[in-house]
Design a protein around this ligand. Structure first.
Ligand SMILES: C[S@@+](CC[C@H](N)C(=O)[O-])C[C@H]1O[C@@H](n2cnc3c(N)ncnc32)[C@H](O)[C@@H]1O
Length: 333
């Protein structure tokens, strides 16, 4: 039976495009690791690239042509040059450096994702018990800071920090949210609360930033250590996706116990729709959390609002930040 001419023919193209996504991602990570984008801030021929990278001609060409194919590098006659996004985010010369993110996903996440099917089938994260080496801890923290930099900068400008005296960043990583906040509001007091290995790294990294010396660093565990008091603003950025709903409620109750009425709580995450399908980035990241974290998941806005209400916090508004990241603003009642 023939298909009527006004019905578009169904093709496997969308499925094949999805399936080749891993090749595009791995080509991108390899190009970052090889140092391609640092070399293409000016137009270069393949021969110049080969000499500069010290790579075989065949594989240098495969690498750079793949980047042209996916639209990251431009080719004009016989010269290659970074496209505008690669120049801004991957060359090391723009305001935001995404290379630590690419290295984190290449060296830690990419291998772990090989076991996604096993993880999904069993519910047991294939890689959560893996102990990170100090080098991997650093790679992870710098990678997370690179991914969340856009959200951190957006929060510092979109949320009215002038109403606050002192902010506490719980699970604050190496301090990228606090650094952005202090750059916008230098008179704000700031405390970073982290597990020992990350706190140590934060100490080193913050020492090299303009406002880092103002940040008090407290080493502790969200479930067993006292939550520091004396703050009128608490930030939990990309922390709730680490834990189960019950644990998130426990954290929020502990946070509420350390706050005076009217103090604010900011929950930054990939807040999802009711079906956990939008934003798409969040739905895919749930796989990352599943393979790497014992209880990691993404949550809907309504789930977040429910925990807040149960913990004695009133949800006020949702601030869109950068890309898929948004901030649920709440107040202690
Ligand atoms: C995805 S990172 C987010 C870092 C930072 N807030 C950001 O958004 O860039 C989650 C952080 O939570 C910290 N964390 C996880 N479990 C914790 C716990 N039980 N107590 C304190 N911090 C914890 C981790 O060390 C990690 O730095």
């Amino acid at each position: 039976m023939s298909t009527p001419s006004n019905v578009p023919a169904i093709t496997p193209d969308p499925i094949l495009k999805l399936g080749t996504g891993f090749m595009a991602a791995k080509h991108l990570f390899a190009a970052v690791e090889i140092g391609l984008f640092e070399r293409l801030t000016q137009p270069r021929t393949l021969d110049e690239l080969v000499a500069d990278l010290g790579m075989p001609r065949r594989t240098a060409r495969i690498c750079v042509d793949a980047m042209v194919a996916v639209g990251v590098v431009r080719r004009d006659q016989d010269r290659y040059v970074n496209g505008s996004e690669a120049q801004a985010f991957l060359s090391g010369q723009g305001p935001t450096d995404l290379r630590p993110w690419a290295r984190f996903w290449n060296r830690i996440s990419y291998g772990a994702w090989q076991d996604l099917d096993q993880t999904l089938r069993t519910g047991v994260p294939a890689h959560a018990s893996r102990k990170l080496t100090p080098e991997q801890e650093e790679l992870f923290s710098k990678g997370v800071a690179a991914i969340t930099a856009g959200g951190a900068n957006a929060l510092a400008t979109k949320y009215d920090l002038s109403r606050h005296e002192r902010v506490l960043d719980l699970g604050g990583g190496t301090g990228s949210f606090l650094t952005a906040m202090l750059a916008a509001h230098p008179r704000l007091g700031a405390t970073l609360f982290e597990l020992p290995a990350t706190a140590e790294l934060a100490r080193k990294i913050l020492a090299g930033t303009p406002h880092g010396s103002k940040v008090q660093i407290v080493t502790g565990d969200l479930f067993t250590s006292p939550i520091p008091t004396g703050h009128d603003l608490v930030l939990l950025a990309n922390v709730v996706h680490y834990f189960s709903p019950a644990k998130n409620l426990e954290i929020l109750r502990r946070v509420r116990g350390a706050l005076a009425p009217r103090a604010r709580v900011l929950l930054v995450d990939f807040w999802m729709n009711a079906f956990h399908s939008e934003p798409v980035f969040g739905a895919l990241m749930a796989g990352e959390f599943a393979v790497l974290l014992p209880e990691g998941d993404v949550y809907s806005l309504d789930e977040g609002r429910g925990w807040l209400a149960d913990a004695g916090l009133r949800a006020l508004e949702l601030l869109p930040l950068a890309g898929p990241m948004s901030c649920l603003v709440a107040e202690a009642v």
